[in-house]
Design a binder for this molecule. Structure first.
Ligand SMILES: Cc1ncc(COP(=O)(O)O)c(C=O)c1O
Length: 396
């Protein structure tokens, strides 16, 4: 990630968490990397040391008529009541939003069964994934995680001098918890588990994961990224939040970007042991990056059960429609408990992206386990029909 004389790692270490550094941090890893990879004509947007690679999408002059199924967004958000709350709060924009943030934290604390001082808020959970990585890995160490998995925390950990110890997912796409536990050594600063996992969409058995987190967190903190948990079959019943309530050194990350349909409003949080979160917020000041209107939108959405349920129902229907198509057309796919599906494509990923973008459908493509894969986010059923038509034309 170095460009010219610019050494990102040194720079991050020196200016570590200054506002300037944060402004340039990869909360936008994907889009910045897309431009860089496109400029360098690189086949891979992200080329990991493990098994996981992501293909660079083609450059498009305009995206207005594109069916966007590439960032696991919720096509039905934001909830109308939240949009109204957002608009109303704009008029309080001359004030900092500490009071409204405190109210939101109290509401979240009740929902998660913890105390408000066990919460850190951020403009999206990416912000918190990155801050945790910056603080924990500023003096090196390693992070244990699956491969393939979500890379935000790992990319930043590596940028500031940490090492990544990756463990291939099992055949059934669950985390290889035994191998991960055995991989913890004296330099391990964190275990990162994405559950359900991105980019595979698969979920690891909650009981096994709970036992693992409970045991392992006695040695090192375990970070469980639950960005998609509400969309899973059992929803937040499978969350690791009860371990936080029990006082374990487990950090659980949640976002308003997925089921709440507010990816562009930027709001997320982590819950964890107070001392662990204090060590992060001592340096990074949680919450300052969130706007008052987003706080009010999130506060409103937490009460909007009907909206959240209707999103889950519609997303599940569109996911089932897409899965049926893939099954009927003999594509191999991984089991998904999220708003995206990953399936094998019999074509080079870069070539595939060129073809599908030319049909005005944007998805992601990966290479792992020596296979090419397409990851498609679940949009409306109409959008999924456009996607399946494009796939039919490409592979006819
Ligand atoms: C697994 C996972 N974690 C975290 C995030 C970050 O979401 P946000 O920063 O929008 O809260 C994403 C976004 O796609 C994700 O897939």
């Amino acid at each position: 990630m170095n460009s010219g004389n610019f050494n990102r790692r040194e720079w991050l270490k020196k200016g570590a968490l200054s506002l300037g550094a944060l402004a340039f941090m990869p909360s936008d890893i994907w889009s910045a990397s897309v431009l860089e990879a496109q400029n360098n004509n690189s086949p891979f947007l992200f080329n990991s040391s493990g098994v996981f690679n992501e293909f660079t999408p083609p450059f498009l002059d305009k995206e207005e008529d594109l069916v966007i199924l590439r960032a696991n967004e919720n096509p039905y958000g934001p909830p109308p009541k939240s949009a109204a709350a957002f608009q109303k709060e704009v008029f309080n924009g001359n004030r900092y939003s500490w009071k409204t943030l405190t109210n939101l934290k109290e509401k979240i604390a009740t929902k998660e069964g913890i105390n408000p001082d066990q919460i850190l808020m951020g403009p999206g959970s990416s912000d918190l994934l990155e801050k945790v990585a910056m603080v924990l890995f500023q003096n090196g160490g390693n992070v244990v995680s699956a491969d393939p998995s979500y890379m935000s925390l790992i990319v930043v950990a590596k940028s500031v001098g940490g090492k990544w110890k990756s463990y291939k997912l099992l055949e059934d796409s669950q985390h290889d918890l035994d191998a991960m536990e055995a991989g913890i050594d004296k330099d391990t600063k964190l275990v990162y588990i994405c559950n359900p996992n991105n980019p595979t969409g698969s979920i690891t058995d909650a009981k096994k994961l709970k036992d693992f987190c409970s045991r392992v967190s006695e040695k090192v903190p375990v970070f469980v990224d639950e960005a998609y948990i509400e969309l899973s079959k059992k929803g937040i019943k499978d969350s690791m939040n009860s371990l936080v309530a029990e006082g374990k050194n487990v950090i659980v990350a949640r976002t308003f970007s997925k089921i709440h349909g507010m990816a562009g409003l930027r709001i997320g949080y982590v819950i964890g042991k107070k001392e662990t979160l204090d060590s992060i917020s001592e340096i990074t000041r949680g919450g300052m990056g969130i706007t008052g209107p987003s706080i009010m939108a999130a506060t409103t959405s937490l009460d909007d059960e009907a909206f959240l349920m209707s999103c889950k129902t519609k997303i599940t229907e569109a996911r089932n429609f897409t899965l049926s198509y893939l099954k009927e057309n003999n594509f191999s796919y991984l089991p998904s408990e999220t708003n995206f599906i990953i399936f094998e494509i019999p074509m080079d990923g870069k070539e595939f992206l060129k073809k599908i973008y030319s049909k005005k459908v944007a998805v992601r493509a990966f290479k792992f386990w020596d296979k090419n894969w397409c990851r498609v986010s679940i949009g409306t059923t109409e959008e999924m029909k456009k996607f399946t038509n494009a796939i039919t034309e490409i592979f006819a």
